[in-house]
Design a protein around this ligand. Structure first.
Ligand SMILES: [Zn+2]
Length: 172
């Protein structure tokens, strides 16, 4: 990880003291978050999804290394816990192997309530991929196969080890 990126994550962590914002605390309304996200989408335009994925991926790798996560199970346990704690969404592990994982998510901070016919949970997908990669030392890619914002009941993520042949075995 680039030193500048790591230093920025450290700055974020240092800023999050127990007594942060004595009156307002450490929470933020989804309305504020979504307006900021909408502005980013308008400003960054096409390809913004991969930027959100990358943002999640980097923080995932950083957290996996910081907490010394080892293996797929530890990465996913941490993902479930941190998604609930930070209110990114309610994650559930559906299938796990050393090479492939399937997770579902309800109450997505980025997608719940939207009906826009496209996927909106790039940050979470990247975060899961970063955790898996940081915890296993293998290259992982996570795709959102279905999203609440497309009219589905829950978001579905499929993660796979990324092999050199650069293809997804069996498609998605
Ligand atoms: Zn979604």
């Amino acid at each position: 990880m680039k030193p500048a990126r790591e230093e920025m994550f450290r700055q974020v962590e240092r800023s999050l003291k127990d007594d942060i914002r004595p009156t307002l605390g450490d929470e933020l309304k989804i309305s504020a978050f979504r307006h900021m996200m909408a502005s980013l989408v308008l400003t960054l335009g096409r390809g913004v999804g991969s930027t959100f994925y990358r943002a999640g991926f980097d923080i995932g790798v950083y957290k996996a290394e910081k907490h010394g996560l080892k293996g797929v199970d530890e990465a996913l346990d941490y993902a479930v816990e941190v998604f609930e704690k930070t209110k990114l969404g309610l994650l559930n592990v559906e299938e796990v192997s050393e090479e492939e994982v399937v997770l579902t998510m309800k109450e997505s901070v980025t997608a719940d309530g939207y009906d826009v016919g496209e996927k909106l949970c790039y940050f979470q997908a990247g975060f899961i991929a970063g955790l898996l990669q940081g915890a296993t030392g293998q290259r992982w890619q996570v795709k959102e196969r279905a999203c609440v914002a497309e009219g589905n009941e829950e978001c579905v993520f499929v993660g796979r080890v990324w092999h050199d042949e650069n293809t997804w075995k069996g498609g998605c």
